[in-house]
Design a binder for this molecule. Structure first.
Ligand SMILES: Nc1ncnc2c1ncn2[C@@H]1O[C@H](COP(=O)(O)OP(=O)(O)OP(=O)(O)O)[C@@H](O)[C@H]1O
Ligand SMILES: NCC(=O)N[C@@H]1O[C@H](COP(=O)([O-])[O-])[C@@H](O)[C@H]1O
Ligand SMILES: [Mg+2]
Length: 393
């Protein structure tokens, strides 16, 4: 029970991170009459454009996020990106604030080491073989132990930033330098993983609510340079493989706990399903659910957070998503081609409204439905190809 936004009786949700995923969380929260506050490192972030209020700050600065939270006193603190001062979240939780899904989940998933050690070493879930390295020499040793090719990633990064595949010994140093530049935080540690030649990879959206744990239909996706290009739902899997995937997702999300939606990333291989990583929040590949499900991943996240029941999740139609990415840096640009893109049947376009482009930055997504996944993928790809960015500086 709560009153209207901006009243004394309101229910308040504060987002840490205000990108395209947060924008949808804010919209869903507002549908349920919740007051929303968006925080991110730059002004004009997508979720800020739709929230009741916003703050611009460095989210790795614990004192600064504490100040905002103490002033706002939100009912729910909802992390939307990995790189946040999570020790401050742990303290705030101890002081009685509600961090979604939990401060520990945010802390463990912020760095690849925390979540990988928990999944592989504590829970015994199958993963790619891995090592950690703090120096170039340690990296060389790790590569020797794991063999080539291998995948090198900063422990704190997302959307493939700083990530590369190392194929020869000569490439090790370049991969190291790339990882040093790409990490979000100042921390220099990296993870090296054995390269997995998977048949396909999926995200299993898993929602924990008062109604228990529910799984969405598996979402297949294709990634390029560590970042997602297209996704589709459902990804066809034999029932035993779905069971294996759900078993892994349940183990890791039960361990992390709390209420909210998780995106469990899994590799499907000939030797079984491997755990890759987990987001304790809506997942980029899950944007497809805005077209395919009765309740999108964002609606599910908000319902779970507010403590409302989720008796069922229905897949209404097969569907696909396809991203539009920028290829240079600019603060003056227009996105065109919507006339052609929207002429594709059963297709929608979401422009995120980011104020600047950067090389590889995701600016929009196309969502298509069809009677089967293949057709939906074709429609989404066709519409995405029709979209373009015209740079004016
Ligand atoms: N060990 C591996 N073997 C083969 N491919 C891999 C491996 N690790 C990662 N990849 C590929 O790179 C993609 C991105 O990796 P990962 O999910 O770890 O990075 P990320 O930066 O956290 O991405 P995001 O934030 O978008 O989830 C994976 O989805 C997969 O396609
Ligand atoms: N894979 C994680 C992911 O997709 N996160 C989404 O991208 C935004 C950052 O985008 P930006 O780097 O373009 O600002 C985040 O705020 C979140 O919405
Ligand atoms: Mg990932």
């Amino acid at each position: 029970m709560y009153g209207s936004p901006l009243s004394k009786q309101s229910r308040k949700l504060l987002l840490l991170g205000s990108g395209e995923l947060g924008k949808e969380v804010v919209l869903e929260a507002q549908r349920l009459g919740v007051e929303t506050v968006a925080v991110d490192r730059y002004a004009g972030a997508p979720a800020m454009q739709v929230a009741h209020r916003f703050y611009v700050t460095d989210m790795l600065d614990g004192a600064s996020i504490r100040k905002i939270i103490e002033e706002e006193r939100p009912d729910y603190i909802v992390p939307e990106i990995e790189a946040i001062a999570t020790d401050t979240l742990l303290e705030l939780e101890r002081e009685g604030f509600n961090v979604i899904p939990t401060a520990r989940a945010a802390k463990l998933t912020m760095d690849r080491e925390g979540i990988r050690r928990l999944a592989a070493e504590t829970l015994g879930l199958p993963t790619a073989p891995y090592r950690f390295a703090d120096t170039l020499d340690e990296l060389k040793q790790a590569v020797k132990e794991l063999g080539l090719p291998c995948v090198i990633k900063p422990i704190m990064s997302s959307s493939g930033k700083g990530q590369s595949v190392c194929r020869t010994e000569e490439e090790i140093e370049a991969c190291w330098n790339y990882a040093m530049e790409g990490g979000r935080a100042k921390k220099q540690r990296i993870i090296v993983e054995g390269f997995i030649s998977f048949d396909s990879e999926i995200t299993l959206l898993t929602v924990r609510s008062v109604s228990g744990t529910a799984f969405c239909a598996p979402i297949g996706h294709v990634q390029k340079d560590g970042d997602y290009i297209e996704s589709w739902q459902p990804h066809h899997m034999p029932p035993e493989q779905i069971e294996e995937a759900e078993h892994i997702a349940r183990r890791i999300t039960d361990e992390l706990g709390g209420y909210g939606l998780y995106g469990v990333e899994l590799f499907l291989t000939k030797d079984g399903v491997l755990f890759s990583e987990v987001s304790p929040r809506p997942h980029d590949t899950g944007m497809v659910t805005m077209a395919t499900q009765d309740l999108s991943e964002f609606a599910l996240h908000v319902r779970a957070i507010l403590g409302y029941p989720i008796p069922s999740v229905r897949l209404l139609s097969p569907g696909a998503s396809h991203t539009l990415k920028a290829d240079r840096e600019s603060g003056a640009f227009r996105i065109g081609g919507l006339e052609q893109a929207l002429a594709v049947p059963n297709t929608q376009v979401r422009l995120f409204g980011k104020p600047e482009t950067k090389v590889g930055r995701r600016m929009a997504v196309v969502l298509s439905t069809a009677s089967d996944v293949e057709e939906a993928r074709e429609s989404a790809a066709k519409a995405a190809q029709a979209l373009f960015i015209r740079y004016e500086e």
